[in-house]
Design a binder for this molecule. Sequence first.
Ligand code: SF4
Length: 365
Amino acid sequence: MSGILEGFRDPEVARTLVAAIVETATVPAKLMEVCGTHTMAIAKHGLRGLMPETITLLSGPGCPVCVTANPDIDLAVEMARQPNVVLATFGDMMKVPGSYSSLSAEKADGRDVRVVYSPLDSLAIAEAEPDKHIVFLGVGFETTAPTVALSIREAARRGLKNWSALSLHKTVPEALRALLNDPEVQITGFILPGHVSTIIGTKPYEFLASEYGVPSVITGFEPVDVLQGVWMLSKQLAEGRAEVEIAYGRGVHAEGNPTAVTAIESTFEPCDAEWRGIGVIPGTGLALRSEFAAYDARLRVPCTPPEPREIRGCQCGDVLRGVVLPFECKLFGRGCTPEHPIGPCMVSSEGSCAAYYRYTDYGKS
Ligand code: SF4
């Protein structure tokens, strides 16, 4: 174990924080952990079981693979079916089911779909195989968008003619507004994502407090980080405060990372994006700016997938809105498992259903 992180996994510190939470959280609160990595940490370390009865932890829409809607997955599948196209993407996207197929099913059917560890790897494929057109499928939030932005710029610098990016990137803050505007969703506080906040800082979240009176805390991914975040939220609620606080000072500064934000804003522009379970949220997508049209896969490999359809019985959309917990889905552990996933929340390494299946006993009796 790394010495730096040891203190963030210290059982004594964790016990002290749990006691402080129990003492502070005297009124019922529904706290949403927005980020899939937080969901994993909460399930892995059994933190849900340490909460007092007053606190309900809800999972949110912070797994980028899970919130990618069927029409977008269908489009990627359709691109992979085009002649001479190599579809390159991160491993997490391979098994995610769309309406009719997945990228791994397409690969099994002979399409040229390749897993890469960085968008730069896909540039190398383009250089090595000039007779093919490489589409890099970019999925992720503000955390991964800067790397893809820089890869688009690098493709331009190298003068690549056979590479383009399909941007399915999304930005987080306005999705939280959509949740707060949803009458079915009840949230009294947000545990905000550490990685995304490293890039964007605190300002984009200020409306949570100023417009909705909802407190939030940005925190990290070790058990003590998460417990500290819950305690700080409980304190805000107990004191009648609503602010954006940072419990992850080793990773996040209030101003974020302006260089990364500039990389995003100078390469992409906001567009509407469809989120699984939530619907279209204006301005939360990232489309390539017109000066990078030559690298926009939607223009370079135009194609139209069939009409999308929903996955029967899957409640991923409700899980991602925090309306149901993963193990409340009828298919959880009964037909839908990490070995045989039905919905994306069971596929992704950050998916709520995968987290609860892997680390808890729910659905296994
Ligand atoms: Fe979807 Fe499977 Fe989770 Fe149900 S258990 S919500 S089908 S991923």
